[in-house]
Design a protein around this ligand. Structure first.
Ligand SMILES: C[S@@+](CC[C@H](N)C(=O)[O-])C[C@H]1O[C@@H](n2cnc3c(N)ncnc32)[C@H](O)[C@@H]1O
Length: 327
């Protein structure tokens, strides 16, 4: 059962949406430009707007000094990115590095790669995205840093269809990144499968996730109440042929998935389609506890966690995990 299906089942069977019409949209349908648009007049404008929205969120996220800090104002997202960059530079030092970005975005990547090109002996970059509208921005932002066109690669593909062989080159180390709470969109077993398919024993997986812990609920709801996230929901509704009615609703639901009790943030956009009103589930994102975040990586990804960095308020964590040789 997909994450969406489990969420809908829970909301309609027991939750506040009993009796309501609930529509869902799979990740693939939301982001993918790999098929021609159903409405040729639309081309992929909405996909590009979704990409730009994520860029703007990242720009604001690392531009604001006070975001996700502790009470003393320390540990902003910007400083978390700086720390992560330092750790990745230390891992890359003197090595031939392949940096593989799943679901690319230019803002954080520009900062990281500017440092890694100085640390690594050579740096090869590969972006993999089902939303091919990200390519021009990624190329324009990163080419001045990477310099050699032969070292910049962009795959317009579903990362679930890519294999280790595609990524294997002459590198000493492969860094595979999943930023922007991205792995929260998939059940832990699916992310584990993805990691095991893409990684070899010289691969580290870098993931940025928003955490669930008692006291952090307001950080989660505040993130989804952001105007950018609300706009994301109304764009997805428009893309799927609905009329959006007002702002999305945000809920943090508890679900059992694969035997584990997980917290999932969901956004429901009130919509109308052919005179029927209801809600479109525009996003589901798992929020692991710090302990679950480590455990799923070990359990499903065959990885050992090397390092963890947290924002001052503890709401965002970056994890560096090393993939282990197959037993
Ligand atoms: C939540 S956004 C995160 C974007 C970015 N990593 C960030 O930090 O802001 C998810 C991204 O993953 C891409 N994506 C989602 N599913 C994908 C798939 N199956 N294959 C390739 N890319 C995918 C989307 O196009 C989107 O760019």
């Amino acid at each position: 059962m997909s994450l969406n299906a489990v969420v809908v089942d829970s909301l309609t069977r027991r939750g506040p949406y009993q009796g309501d019409a609930l529509w869902t949209v799979e990740n693939h349908a939301k982001y993918s430009t790999l098929q021609p648009p159903s409405d040729p007049a639309q081309d992929h404008r909405i996909h590009h707007q979704i990409f730009l929205l994520m860029c703007a969120l990242n720009e604001q996220g690392i531009g604001a000094d006070g975001l996700c800090t502790d009470r003393q104002g320390h540990g902003s997202l910007k400083s978390l990115l700086t720390q992560l960059t330092q750790r990745l530079a230390a891992l890359s030092d003197g090595n031939h590095v392949h940096y593989v970005e799943l679901g690319p975005e230019p803002v954080k990547t520009r900062c990281i790669l500017a440092r890694l090109t100085r640390a690594a002996a050579t740096l090869r970059y590969t972006a993999i995205d089902i939303n091919s509208t990200s390519e021009p921005a990624m190329r324009a932002t990163l080419m001045p840093i990477i310099a050699d066109p032969a070292r910049f690669h962009y795959l317009a593909a579903d990362y679930r269809s890519v294999t280790q062989e595609t990524l294997r080159h002459d590198q000493d180390l492969t860094l595979i990144t999943m930023f922007g709470f991205q792995e929260g969109n998939e059940p832990p077993a699916a992310t584990g499968r993805l990691i095991r398919t893409l990684a070899d024993e010289r691969t580290c997986i870098i993931s940025e996730m928003q955490m669930y812990e008692e006291g952090l609920e307001s950080c989660i709801t505040a993130f989804y109440a952001h105007p950018g996230m609300r706009q994301f929901s109304s764009l997805v509704a428009l893309q799927q042929g609905f009329v959006a009615l007002g702002d999305h609703h945000v809920h943090l639901v508890r679900l059992k998935i694969g035997g584990e009790l997980l917290h999932v943030a969901v956004t429901l956009q009130p919509v109308e389609q052919r005179q029927q009103r209801g809600y479109l589930l525009t996003n589901c994102c798992i929020k692991y506890t710090p302990e679950q975040f480590r455990r799923v990586r070990r359990l499903h990804g065959n990885c050992t966690v090397l390092d963890e960095l947290a924002s001052g308020d503890g709401s965002v964590r970056c994890q560096i995990a090393q993939h282990l040789p197959s037993p």
